[in-house]
Design a protein around this ligand. Sequence first.
Ligand SMILES: [Fe+2]
Ligand SMILES: [Fe+2]
Length: 163
Amino acid sequence: MENEKLIKMLNRDLADEHAAIIRYLVHSYLEGEDSTIGAGLLSRTREEMWHMHWLGMIIGRLGGEPDLTPAPYPYDPTNRKTIFRSYVAYENKLIPHYLKEADLMDDPHIKRVLQREAWESEMHAKNSSGPTTNSLPNKLKAFRVKKMNCRSPLLRNYKTLWK
Ligand SMILES: [Fe+2]
Ligand SMILES: [Fe+2]
């Protein structure tokens, strides 16, 4: 693929990742990082930051300039369920998109990055089914039992939230 065309393509992907970072970060702030949903979204934001970072590094290496204008992130704000449904749609759309781009690549590093963006988008789509239960995940329950007397305000919040 011609260099200029490749830079343009990667910049469009960068904009999509940028949009995802902003959306999940804003949502995590609204939920609060001491809630299961907020913490999950915050952790996903960090993964999206890696996605953006890998693309930005490749664009720079190709002699291009990373365009930091985010793409739109369409979502239905009616309620949590519709918001998470929008996330599933957004992430699902990226899977075939990245795989198709990866197939066009000769450079093994760029191919690998695009494949990984596809795989992790799939993981995000699977983890976006949204809040279905209010119960504490087993892993955290075990943690809570061990650390219940810890002075951390975060853990105190867990105690209140999930009792
Ligand atoms: Fe991503
Ligand atoms: Fe994602």
